[in-house]
Design a protein around this ligand. Structure first.
Ligand SMILES: [Zn+2]
Length: 419
């Protein structure tokens, strides 16, 4: 995740990091500080310096970034990091749209008005419109949007209303993988509630820190929500929770909450001292285990990247084309490690899953391609295999292609040579 010092992109630190209280229970002082996580996140124009001073709340066990950066830093980051390359068209969504629609059909009336906050390029807003909902989207991205997606930032730099179209009341507000990026969850949910008619429905999907702490601890996330913490948070923000964690998520690591705007919100039940003790213990243990896993994997991928760069430099003439096979978290780490060592390197992701082909996978500059290599293609091919379950099958597939110069490395089982 950290770029080499030689990277040409300038480092962009935040102007100020401000301490905050627990989003879930409001506790401002009994917050246990955990070791800082520092990342440099590459965007189109700069490396954003992310300083995550995680704290665990000693009143409810919620894990979150105890300090948040200034609005300008957040706005710049999302504008530069997530605006898709407008030259790339027909990118397929990286989420399960049908899973989302199943949950929505259960809770929403056909033809109701829907606001999707964090609509990105509008792929799901479009699906909503095709499925009989009067949907509009909101997103801060600059390009490649559908006309029904409004470009907007909220006051805290996150995605919020900014136009009269989007600012009116809706029957439902949806936000998929937005809340974990938000610096003040209570303010954000209060704003989301304001977009709802009384009794309107809020649908939130976020990474599940209980079941997928590695994915939850992604460096862009300020909040690490469990179903029980999100349930309590929604209750204090004026919602009645209809379901939380039961629906099929649209990404494997997430969970969905559906809540109703109520005017007489009930406060969540007090936790016992024993419940709090166990919640805090569990949170700290999960974070520790997840960070150990992430560090070990990043170090290994960095060593592999170093070997790959060395191999390429050995080629006197044209270096081989580099393919990372299987678009997943391992592929992302390997691509980022390669890019950190040589920002000019072209690395292409290959995957046979229809849901992934044509999508832009994290860490890669171009969409995932399907495995369709011609035996007579000129030049060498270097394949880095990243599928924990299918690498031996993929190797067979590659060998069957009969490419003239091919090198294959199993990136999952690869270990650095002992010094
Ligand atoms: Zn708390």
């Amino acid at each position: 995740m950290t770029l080499a010092p030689s990277s040409p992109l300038p480092l962009r630190p935040a102007k100020i990091w401000t301490a905050k209280a627990c989003d879930v229970c409001g506790e401002a002082t009994a917050l246990r500080a955990l070791p800082r996580r520092r990342y440099e996140l590459a965007t189109r124009k700069h490396r954003a310096e992310m300083l995550l001073d995680d704290v665990v709340c000693e009143r409810c066990g919620f894990l979150f970034a105890g300090k948040v950066p200034d609005v300008e830093f957040i706005s710049d980051f999302y504008r530069e990091a997530h605006t898709p390359n407008s030259a790339i068209r027909d990118i397929k969504p990286d989420f399960d749209a049908e899973a989302r629609l199943i949950t929505l059909r259960k809770h929403l009336k056909q033809g109701c008005t829907v606001l999707e906050i964090g609509a990105n390029d509008g792929a799901f807003t479009k699906a909503l419109r095709e499925n009989g909902f009067h949907a509009v989207g909101l997103d801060p991205l600059e390009t490649a949007q559908e006309e029904f997606v409004v470009n907007a930032f909220a006051a805290d730099g996150s995605v919020g209303a900014g136009s009269t179209t989007a600012g009116k009341k809706h029957d439902a507000v949806l936000a998929y993988y937005v809340l974990e990026h938000v610096s003040d969850a209570r303010a954000w949910l209060t704003e989301a509630r304001d977009y709802l008619v009384p009794g309107g429905t809020l649908v939130i999907e976020v990474p599940n820190f209980d079941t997928h702490p590695v994915e939850s601890l992604y460096p862009e996330h300020f909040l690490h929500l469990t179903p029980s913490h999100l349930r309590r948070l929604l209750q204090v923000c004026g919602f009645e929770v209809l379901e939380c964690g039961e629906a099929r998520p649209s990404r494997y690591f997430g969970f969905t909450a559906v809540a109703r705007r109520v005017e007489d919100a009930t406060q969540p039940a007090q936790l016992s001292a024993e419940e709090i003790f166990h919640a805090v213990q569990r949170t700290e243990q999960r974070r520790r285990d997840a960070l150990n896993l992430i560090t070990a994997e990043e170090e290994r991928m960095d060593s592999l990247a170093s070997q790959v760069i060395g191999m390429i430099q050995c080629h006197a003439q044209k270096p081989p084309a580099i393919f990372v096979w299987a678009a997943n978290i391992h592929a992302t780490r390997l691509a980022q490690a390669l890019k950190a060592r040589n920002p000019d390197l072209t690395v292409t992701a290959v995957d046979s899953a229809v849901s992934k082909i044509g999508t832009l996978h994290e860490g890669f500059a171009s969409p995932v391609i399907k495995p369709g290599f011609e035996a007579n293609e000129p030049g060498g091919h270097l394949f880095l295999l990243c599928s924990p379950n299918w690498n031996s099958d993929i190797r067979e597939q590659i060998l069957a292609l009969g490419l003239p110069q091919v090198e294959i490395i199993d990136a999952i089982t690869w270990k650095p040579a002992q010094a």
